[in-house]
Write a protein that binds this ligand. Sequence first.
Ligand code: ADP
Ligand code: MG
Length: 432
Amino acid sequence: QVVNYAPFTLLPSPVPQDLFEQAYAVQQDFNLLVDAISQNKEFLEQTLASTIKVDDFTARLFRIYIQVLEEGLAQTVFLGINRSDYMFDCGVGGTATLKQIEINTIAASFGGLTSRTADVHRLVLKVLGKTKEASQLLSNNPSKSLALGIAKAWELYGSQSAVVMFLVEEVQRNIFDQRCVELELWNRNIRVIRKRFRDVFEKGSLDASRRLYIDGQEVAVVYYREGYVPQTYDEQNWEARLLLERSRAVKCPDIATQLAGTKKVQQELSRPGTLEKLLPGRPEAVARVRATFAGLYSLDEGEEGDKIAAAAIADPERFVLKPQREGGGNNLYGEELRQVLEKIKDSPERTSYILMDKIKPQPALNYLLRAHSPLQVSECISELGIFGVYVRQGQQMVMNKAAGHLLRTKATEHADGGVAAGVAVLDTPYPV
Ligand code: ADP
Ligand code: MG
């Protein structure tokens, strides 16, 4: 067993203050939007129809979604914890704009560890004699806000003796991030257990009213920190997932909300008129959300897809090619994008991807500190994430908040990949 420190930048990185505020200001809208999508069967069905024909993983999730709906939902309290990620595009005019990379609706991580990074960077600045600059760093405590959401859902579930279950990986690489949130729950006298899909398969059961039990303990909230990649699931784990989804327990997220976070849904949201349908009577929210969208393009079969595929083959540097996968390291860029698209452009496989305009942020210099890596200055770009948390009981929103931020920074030589993928490191925004 080896324990390493989480990688971080030596110095905080500059973040345009106005864009930082814009990202916070749109978070409640994104919470509402994700929640609305999760309740809209027709939209999910239409949007994912082409994808599930070719993408087995999304298809399997979708099958569980339909099966659970047909049986009738036992769950009445809903908890969303998401993270909307952005980069600052310099574009042509030279003024940076906020562009969304994606929204993560399952297992959005680093809310725990990043609750500590501002302190690290404050200390570094003080050691460097930059006391005034140190005072510019905002405090940030996503673990507390995420725990408040979980605690609210637990309370509304309404059983004092029930526990919160963190559904964790087989091999735990980010346990301390999760422990930060867990400790906040213990501080509120809420019991937390940590289980894997395998444990659920072996020891999980439902009673007649579909209350979930594991090891004889009733589970009020299931907080997934696992379950977003196909490799997680063998047949037994799929069975465990189905059991959890069928249960009355508050799933964070339920399977509909996981589907709402797919890249295909993101791409469909950018179509004219879609946001208006999903957020009726909220034109200001629609405008705030839309302002963050980069160009997104469907590769579905037909003329529209043919055209954009040809454009991307001709000028791959303009685009990113994205499959329906999470967790970093799956996207295709540049020459590789061109080769793959060339190969699949006339096959249905094309529809398992979307295309997105490539965002080009202004690089800044920093040191990326990683265990066992040499110390050297790198040209870096940063990605800002805003955590969102909401709780709904039946049709009533009882909590809807922006829950703190995360800044991740990576060297420009890497096109893709997050902290867990070993590419990005934890950072703190320095407002400019
Ligand atoms: P994942 O679900 O795997 O995290 P993302 O859409 O977040 O997928 O992409 C992974 C990484 O690829 C991002 O963190 C970012 O560094 C890079 N990336 C994604 N989309 C773009 C884009 N449109 N322009 C530039 N970089 C991008
Ligand atoms: Mg991502």
